[in-house]
Design a protein around this ligand. Structure first.
Ligand code: URA
Length: 422
């Protein structure tokens, strides 16, 4: 078998055989397939797509590239959530302890952010002392005792995805339904969860902005989950505007804690509770997530889960030495704040990384003071820009230059949850 034949076949619109796919994924994992050949095949897949049979084999080969965790010893019902990535998306920080407080075990193996979307681990690392790396035994013990774990995926979990995702990130091959679906589902299936709720984003801040693409991605992932014995449900949610007010690591932790304390922005609460209800149903739990959240039990689990990983839940979060302002250019009612622009601005302020190995600033980011529906006057502050380095401010302002849409009158309320699959 050789990689050039596979690339040529896919380039010309052919279907790869099961043997070819397994050979390729094994070669990617071991390093036997050269990066440039893997990248060429990925680009051919972006253009040509994959037939359902190819995608099933590709995903199974990615799962088999590492080990599949066995969490069957847990006495709590297991259920996890995954988001396809957005701006200000700190839902996991609230949902994971919330579902544990409802009685579930939530094995959240998460990643770091790349580009304009933030990563859950980067957010958690804003908490003094908190450690992302857990051994398998620590992971299992915390899941059983606390019910909630947010931790870094170990290197043996779908290792083929690590190689492919890093390549996709630098070769313009992220935005492909079969590649996103197999990447996410191989990791979630290998993680060993019994049930999975997917938050599939659409809108400017999502990897796939078109809602029709989001829906196809959701259907594809739900199908892959079912094929591998993981009960999977997806909600399609709006990522055209940031979720909540904060985009940036410590700023998002603060907002998540505010939500766990019974406050928090209405859109964040709505999306979190919609996902929580789906997770409760999949796990067969009777608890009402809204009651558990307002009763403070999710906050107790948050404190326990942070402390179990060395973090100090009472420690102050890092703050940025420089806070600048983004102001409205004229009078009007805000009809939209572009999620992608806010994500890029937060990233440029230091909250995100351009390369996998870059460090992120815990304190940097954007905090909105105004939202869609608010009336503003020219010169009024729409958002705070937090950074450690004032030389980063011009690039952040530039990202925000056309992010604000002002209208004469308020538009109708935003519909956050577009549909549920299946
Ligand atoms: N998140 C992933 O894990 N993989 C993708 O391909 C896109 C988002």
């Amino acid at each position: 078998m050789n990689a050039v034949d596979l690339i040529g076949a896919k380039r010309d619109g052919g279907e790869l055989s099961g043997e070819q796919i397994k050979w390729f994924i094994d070669g990617v994992t071991s390093g036997a397939v050269a990066s440039e050949q893997a990248a060429a095949l990925l680009m051919a897949i972006v253009w040509r797509g994959m037939a359902p049979r190819e995608l099933a084999t590709w995903t199974a080969a990615m799962i088999d590239s590492g080990r599949r965790l066995d969490l069957s010893s847990l006495s709590r019902p297991m259920v996890d959530k995954h988001s396809t990535g957005g701006v200000g998306d700190k839902v996991s920080l609230v949902l994971c302890p919330l579902m544990a407080a409802c009685g579930a075990a939530v094995p959240q193996l998460s990643g770091r952010g790349l580009g304009h979307t933030g990563g859950t681990l980067d957010k958690m690392e804003a908490i003094s002392g908190w450690q992302a790396a857990l051994s398998h035994d620590q992971f299992l013990a915390q899941l059983q005792d606390v019910g909630a774990v947010i931790a870094a995926a170990t290197a043996d979990l779908a290792p083929a995805d690590r190689v492919l995702y890093a390549l996709r990130d630098v070769t313009g091959t992220v935005a492909s339904i079969p590649l996103i679906a197999s990447s996410i589902m191989s990791k979630k299936i290998a993680e060993g969860t019994a049930g999975l709720v997917l938050d599939v984003k659409f809108g400017s801040g999502a990897f796939l902005p078109d809602p029709a693409d989001g829906e196809e991605l959701a259907r594809t992932m739900v199908g892959l989950g079912a094929a591998h014995g993981v009960d999977t449900v997806a909600l399609l949610t709006d990522m055209d505007q940031p979720l909540g007010l904060a985009a940036g690591n410590a700023l998002e932790v603060a907002e998540a804690v505010e939500t766990l304390a019974g406050g928090g922005p209405a859109d964040l609460v709505e999306v979190t509770l919609a996902l929580a209800r789906e997770m409760a149903a999949l796990a067969g739990l009777d608890a009402d997530p809204a009651e558990v959240l307002s009763g403070g039990r999710a906050m107790d689990v948050w404190r326990a889960m942070v402390a179990a990983q060395g973090g100090d839940p009472a420690a102050s979060l890092p703050t940025a030495p420089v806070v600048d302002h983004w102001t409205a250019p004229s009078d009007g009612v805000i009809s939209r704040i572009d999620a992608l622009a806010v994500g890029v601005a937060a990233w440029r302020l230091g909250a995100g990384r351009a390369h996998k190995e870059d460090a992120v600033s815990a304190a940097a980011g954007v905090r909105l003071r105004r939202l869609a529906g608010d009336r503003v006057a020219a010169g009024e502050v729409v958002a705070e820009l937090h950074t450690d380095d004032p030389s980063l401010l011009p690039a952040a302002h530039q990202a925000l230059s056309s992010a604000l849409t002002l209208a004469a009158a308020a538009a109708g309320p935003r519909r956050l949850i577009a549909s549920r699959i299946p």
